[in-house]
Design a protein around this ligand. Structure first.
Ligand SMILES: Nc1ncnc2c1ncn2[C@@H]1O[C@H](COP(=O)(O)OP(=O)(O)O)[C@@H](O)[C@H]1O
Ligand SMILES: N[C@@H](CCOP(=O)(O)O)C(=O)O
Length: 318
């Protein structure tokens, strides 16, 4: 379980008086997160999610919370931040930034079919379009600059075989980022972590995207590559499942058609998206933070995906 900052029902009841939510009746730590301390809370007015932010700062958080509010107001299915009586959505709990958001119905779809992938692709395209006029800017904090900083930190922990892979892929990605096609890619606010465990489904109905705390401005295609690398693969091998890839890409394309530049950038982008999570998992695995209980994600999963994307071309964008 990853609860870095414990919050008791008494703590919560003293704090929640500033919200129009009534008295808190239950609080339960959520085991599955790895970045923040998350809790399901029940109040007299319903069920919500409380997040105490462990890494992101007061200065960075308005981007994420305002983005969620912006999207929710435009009928993109995301948790809506709850404002206190002064209209504020970013708060302080135990000296750390904290927020309450609405709880999405349903559960994760961990065995997605092409139909589920289509629902995710269509909602992702709607999200990209709806965020176009979002006025705040923050870079993708897990983008190329972060890859450059993190590579030398994790390198000493790697086998020679993996060291070669990481260095070669960094060279490839930096060259790709310098091309005109890469610079021309349409971009804007992206989710940047849209894995199966960050989407809720109620049966076959998508009920929402959540966990926007890796969001930032980057190419829309990068967001798509992150999503395809999780939703459309066989989890054991990391290989792409063509029917699910087609379901996701075709549904996205129907809402927001791809450009020729995006088609040209698709294969490098899938590799870059695999590299990003290989790096973060390597970092978390070899340099873990203290937590009450913490289960780091397996880095070899994304090493396999990266090797596969290098060895086998993915289905074309359209
Ligand atoms: N708004 C929400 N509605 C419903 N469940 C949520 C919501 N936010 C988080 N959760 C639940 O909490 C779990 C952990 O949240 P997550 O945002 O992934 O944590 P972290 O940011 O620490 O990685 C999710 O897998 C989900 O089950
Ligand atoms: N999706 C990332 C890690 C982010 O954790 P999350 O639980 O907040 O999605 C990964 O799988 O490495």
């Amino acid at each position: 379980m990853a609860v870095f900052t414990p919050v008791t029902l008494d703590d919560l009841n003293q704090w929640i008086t500033q919200f129009p939510l009534g008295k808190a009746v239950a609080i339960k730590g959520i085991a599955s997160g790895i970045e923040n301390s998350n809790f399901f809370i029940t109040t007299e007015s319903g069920e919500y999610v409380l997040t105490v932010f462990e890494v992101l700062t007061f200065a960075q958080l308005p981007f994420y919370l305002q983005l969620m509010r912006h999207l929710a107001e435009r009928d993109v299915l995301v948790p809506a931040p709850v404002a206190n009586r002064d209209g504020e959505i970013l708060h302080t709990l135990h000296g750390k930034p904290a927020a309450i958001v609405s709880k999405l119905a349903g559960s994760h779809q961990m065995a997605p079919q092409p139909l589920h992938c289509g629902a995710v692709g269509a909602m992702l395209a709607r999200m990209h379009l709806a965020a176009q006029d979002f006025p705040l800017h923050q870079p993708n904090l897990r983008g190329l600059d972060w890859w450059r900083t993190t590579t030398p930190i994790v390198l000493p922990y790697l086998s020679p075989h993996n060291r070669d892979l990481l260095l070669a892929e960094m060279t490839f990605q930096q060259a790709f980022a310098g091309t005109d096609a890469a610079r021309r890619l349409p971009h804007g606010p992206i989710h940047a972590d849209l894995f199966r465990n960050n989407v809720m489904f109620d049966g076959e109905q998508l009920t929402g995207f959540f966990d926007f705390y890796f969001a930032g401005c980057d190419s829309w295609l990068f967001d798509l590559a992150v999503t395809v690398n999780d939703w459309c693969i066989d989890l054991d091998s990391g290989r792409l499942d063509v029917a699910r890839v087609r379901g996701l890409l075709d549904a996205y394309h129907a809402v927001r058609p791809f450009s020729a530049d995006e088609r040209a950038a698709w294969q490098p982008m899938l590799r870059g998206a695999a590299l990003r999570f290989w790096l973060s998992r390597l970092y978390d695995f070899h340099l873990p933070r203290e937590a009450e209980m913490l289960t780091p994600h397996d880095p070899t999963h994304f090493e396999r995906i990266l090797r596969d994307r290098i060895a086998h071309p993915a289905p074309d964008l359209f």
